[in-house]
Design a binder for this molecule. Structure first.
Ligand code: NAD
Length: 157
């Protein structure tokens, strides 16, 4: 018996890093998991290796891509009762040198992407009367980070 027996989870960024580790531990605890990631090849590889139910491509920053990938996850799982938002990027640049497209990319993926994924899953969770959303953030959001004003909001200290 696992503590997640019967749970059906969608994990963004599940192809690598923290997201992949979450997929592995969720499956070990009995959950059925769909991996959603920008990197389709890595997502499929991770799904094969870890025993996930499916791998779907998503760009969390893109509204239509989020809609389609959520529909695919529901097809694979029946429904989604756990969403883990682990897709994210953390490129480094001092604020004065930061290209506008780096700023926008970070906000689009880390912030807007999390919003879009939450917005996709919430209606069904509300209808079902339950659901869990886990957003992976960073201690740098509290402590601040050097060359990460777009990611952490401020410098340390
Ligand atoms: N690694 C750390 O020490 C650390 C610490 C605190 C917080 N975080 C945050 O946790 C999250 C995961 O970090 P990680 O270390 O596992 O990173 P990672 O680079 O190993 O994994 C991130 C995953 O997100 C995917 N991804 C990137 N852009 C995407 C998009 N637009 N749509 C869908 N998927 C996309 C990547 O393909 C990758 O598989 C990030 O938000 C990161 O900033 C990381």
């Amino acid at each position: 018996m696992g503590i997640l027996d019967g749970r059906r989870a969608l994990v963004t960024g599940g192809a690598s890093g923290i997201g992949r580790a979450i997929v592995e531990s969720y499956i070990a605890e009995g959950a059925a998991v769909v991996i959603a990631d920008l990197d389709q090849l890595q997502a499929e590889r991770a799904a094969d290796e870890l025993g996930a139910s499916a791998a779907v491509r998503v760009d969390v920053a893109n509204e239509e891509s989020v809609r389609v990938s959520y529909a695919r996850a529901v097809d694979a799982l029946g429904h989604v009762d756990v969403l883990v938002n682990s897709a994210g990027i953390a490129e480094e640049s001092e604020l004065a040198d930061m290209p506008l497209d780096m700023w926008r990319r970070t906000i689009d993926i880390d912030l807007t992407g999390t919003f879009l994924m939450c917005r996709a899953v919430v209606p069904a969770m509300v209808s079902a009367g339950e659901g869990r959303i886990i957003n992976i953030a960073s201690q740098l959001g509290i402590k601040g980070g050097v060359a990460l004003s777009h990611y952490a909001g401020r410098r340390p200290g």
